[in-house]
Ligand binder design. Structure first.
Ligand SMILES: [Zn+2]
Length: 192
């Protein structure tokens, strides 16, 4: 049974995204994507994973949008990890006070971004599951009309921030559990 074609986009190139707790964003999202692909395929969806690990920032985004728009896709899901910083006042070798930014371990929780009306319903469906696993954000879904991946793709699209890589509990959450939460949200969306 083919239930439709879903694209999973692994955010960022290798080593260029957020870092924390000994992890980096691309590697973590790649793990989540692997589990998510298998779960969605088992549920009857056709899945394409888009990843341009060696293209940085804009080139990665442009290539992802071009590839996505060439596919007959029902839905797109971008996978990301959040990060938080805090400013600290330190005294440098000359005795001057300077501001340095270091990871902030406190903020935690997932949220899902969208721009279209259909994207909003998908975001709500995924957030219901994902934010139960990774709670902590006041706004579980967020309209982001400035995000290129959301505005330039033709298919409805959501961007999942799968918790904070800088928070120890979020970073310790199993990629397979995160994938299960997202896959359950996708199923609820298509079944409702
Ligand atoms: Zn990101």
């Amino acid at each position: 049974m083919n239930r439709g074609h879903i694209i999973i986009d692994i955010g960022h190139a290798r080593g260029t995204g957020a870092k924390g707790n000994g992890m980096e964003e691309h590697a973590r999202c790649e793990q989540i994507a692997g589990h998510l692909r298998r779960k969605l395929e088992a549920a009857g969806y056709k899945v394409t994973v888009l990843d341009f690990p060696d293209k940085i920032n804009r080139a990665d985004l442009v290539a992802t949008v071009e590839a996505a728009n060439a596919l007959p896709c029902a839905f797109g899901i971008s996978l990301h990890m959040d990060a938080a910083e805090q400013a600290v006042d330190v005294v440098d070798e000359d005795g001057d006070h300077v501001v340095r930014y270091i990871p902030n371990p406190k903020p935690h929780g997932a949220h899902v971004c969208y721009v279209s009306a259909t994207g909003k319903r998908m975001a709500q469906s995924i957030a219901r599951e994902l934010c139960t696993l990774l709670p902590g954000r006041a706004e579980q879904v967020q309209k982001r009309s400035g995000l290129y991946i959301l505005t330039e793709t033709r298919a409805p699209w959501v961007l999942c921030e799968c918790g904070f890589i800088t928070n120890p509990e979020d970073a310790a959450t199993e990629p397979a559990q995160i994938a299960t939460a997202i896959a359950n949200g996708v199923s609820h969306f298509f079944n409702s």
